[in-house]
Design a protein around this ligand. Structure first.
Ligand code: SD4
Length: 328
């Protein structure tokens, strides 16, 4: 099992509490479902339920992430997501299946389940991505209904932000009592050894109107290659976009890295390309990757402490602290 590979640790790396037993013989038992942040626990359960009910791995990842999307208490995904600086909740989502299919939507407003629209883009159109009004038009044509996604508590948080209008993204803002959680990325390997992934978010809170993050960009926020593995990301999307991080993680696994080593190297890529990160206003930004390979080995790594992931494997659904490059 690769997660605890100390040999793969980088200088300055901090060992988190996510060290899994390397002696557990069943550790690679299928299926494997891994997702970002603590809201991943409920998402994993729904994904597992879908698999148990005979659903495909694609059904599983979609059903999984629909849970935080529909949760009004979750201020970073779907309903209840924090709005942009102009008060619009704009959503980004992507999905990939084992056959290499990909679908995504970005800058979509008024739809609780952007992930299901993304899946429909993949399955019903010749395209990969639909944006904004076009994505909404497509959703409405396909039976989705619009809803006001700005809940009273998200509106309150926005009005509070308007008092100073300071755009200062902070690492792990999900710890903020007004925010709670962050983007959900969920990747799964089913009993047949097939992989799929889904990623959905309302993006960085109080972003510029029109800003699109990594989550709907295939290869940045999500990448699945059924021959190799899958990866997804959370955090300051601009860094994953500039390094095509999820694609990078999967390509590194293709070259023989374990999922853990691949996640670590993708974080290192950001650190080496953007050495001034540390001095950036507001501190170091958070970026977190999770990955799974065809063998059912998993990995997770982040820039700074605070990133958590939920892993469902061997009939246990548990939350782990990711290791991180910086110790604070
Ligand atoms: C974005 N990656 O829009 C998403 C949001 C996120 O921590 O994960 N924030 O950049």
């Amino acid at each position: 099992m690769a997660v605890a590979s100390v040999a793969g640790m980088l200088p300055g790396a901090v060992k988190g509490s996510s060290v899994l037993s390397s002696t557990n013989k069943d550790v690679n038992a299928l299926p494997v479902i891994i997702s970002t942040w603590s809201h991943g626990l409920d998402a994993n359960l729904a994904a597992m339920e879908a698999l148990k009910g005979g659903g495909s791995v694609l059904d599983a990842v979609e059903m999984g992430v629909r849970v935080p999307e529909a949760d009004p208490e979750n201020a970073s995904v779907g309903l209840g997501g924090l709005p942009d600086r102009d008060g619009h909740v704009t959503l980004d989502a992507s999905i990939m299946g084992p056959d290499g299919g990909a679908g995504s939507v970005c800058f979509l407003e008024g739809i609780v389940h952007p992930i299901s629209v993304a899946r429909m883009v993949m399955e019903k159109t010749p395209h990969v991505m639909l944006a904004g009004d076009g994505a909404l038009q497509f959703a409405l044509e396909n039976g989705f209904k619009t809803e006001n996604l700005l809940t009273p508590s998200s509106e309150k948080a926005w009005k509070n932000w308007l008092k100073e209008k300071k755009y200062e993204p902070k690492a792990n803002w999900e710890k903020d009592p007004n925010a709670y959680h962050d983007t959900i990325g969920l990747i799964a390997l089913d009993n047949n050894g097939d992989l799929a992934g889904a990623c959905t978010t309302s993006g960085m809170p109080f972003k510029m109107h029109g800003r699109v993050g990594d989550s709907p960009i295939i290869g940045a926020g999500l990448f699945v290659d059924n021959e190799v593995g899958a990866a997804t990301a959370t955090g300051m999307g601009e860094f994953m976009m500039k390094t095509l991080g999820s694609f990078l993680v999967v390509e590194l696994m293709r070259q023989g890295r374990t999922p853990q080593q691949a996640c670590e190297e993708a974080i290192m890529r950001i650190i080496s390309k953007y050495p001034n990160l540390e001095r950036a206003k507001g501190g170091i930004m958070q970026v977190g990757y999770i990955a799974v390979n065809k063998k059912g080995e998993v990995g997770a790594y982040s820039m700074v402490p605070g990133f958590q992931y939920a892993l469902y494997q061997n009939n246990e659904n548990q939350l782990f602290d990711s290791r991180s490059y910086y110790s604070k």
